[in-house]
Design a protein. Structure first.
Length: 278
């Protein structure tokens, strides 16, 4: 299993790094379309869309993203859209998580499937916009999610006592959440400090937030985004648990599915874009 995970991770890096580092936006945008289309297929499978319906849902997500790119729709100039997405994740996420896995299948299928399409499309738009800002900005948001996840894992293993959401994800603890937030704060301070001495050519999320709102504002933003990464993770876990699935698929050997890898990114990138539009 470990060998399989390592091989898959190396292949993903070999595909992702060139798309990240190239100055043009379109290679990363294209790779992201493939990623969210695959996630759309998985979302359909998790929400009883059937084999053909799941393929159609993935195609719809990919087609919507491609149409947005082709038409050059100025979605980042619509602050109301991003504030609505942020409110939906904060309020809707809290409501769904509080309701628990047993209530999710009771939501009409058309609403669940439509929510998946909208959620994945907005994430793709935010990812593409982040790449347009610059590699440093894009990587800083990615690293925020990764730091929160890694620090939460080790903090939870070392100190975990109080379960966060046992009905959704029994392995997560409140101590893991606090550790994840601490890890994000350490990353943000280190990134801003290094960026001042050796600028990376484009602003990072941390440098931008610290410049606008000061250190106190940066702390609030980082804690908020770290918390929302947990919401994204728990939301996908809730959907999987509602149908008794361990992974969203087996598209990534040793890692599960695409949704399993990007669940925490789903709320974080749109919310980061919202904050940048302030």
């Amino acid at each position: 299993m470990l060998r399989q995970r390592v091989i898959t991770a190396l292949v993903l890096l070999a595909v992702l790094l060139p798309a990240l580092l190239t100055p043009q936006v379109w290679p990363f945008a294209l790779l992201s379309v493939v990623m969210v289309a695959a996630a759309g297929w998985e979302w359909g499978r998790l929400n009883q869309a059937g084999a053909a319906g799941s393929v159609a849902l993935g195609a719809l997500v990919g087609g919507l993203c491609a149409l947005t790119w082709w038409r050059e729709l100025p979605l980042t100039g619509q602050p109301w859209l991003w504030w609505a997405a942020t409110a939906a994740w904060v309020l809707g996420g809290a409501f769904v998580l509080k309701s628990g896995p047993s209530r999710w299948p009771a939501v009409p299928a058309v609403l669940r499937l439509g929510l998946g399409v909208l959620m994945l499309w907005l994430t793709w738009v935010a990812l593409t916009r982040a790449k347009e800002v610059g590699v440093a900005y894009l990587l800083s948001v990615f690293c925020l999610v990764w730091a929160a996840d890694i620090a939460a894992y080790f903090g939870g293993r070392a100190f975990g006592r109080r379960k966060l959401a046992p009905a959704i994800s029994p392995g997560k603890s409140w101590e893991g959440v606090w550790s994840g937030m601490a890890g994000v704060l350490v990353l943000a301070v280190a990134w801003v400090t290094l960026d001042r001495s050796a600028p990376l050519g484009s602003p990072s999320l941390y440098t931008e937030m610290q410049g606008r709102f000061g250190w106190a504002g940066l702390v609030v933003v980082c804690l908020f985004l770290a918390a929302m990464s947990v919401v994204g993770d728990l939301f996908e876990s809730l959907v999987k648990r509602s149908v008794g699935a361990k992974d969203s698929s087996q598209l990534l050997p040793g890692h599960g599915g695409v949704l399993d890898r990007i669940d925490a990114l789903l709320p974080v990138f749109p919310i980061a874009l919202t904050l940048s539009l302030l």
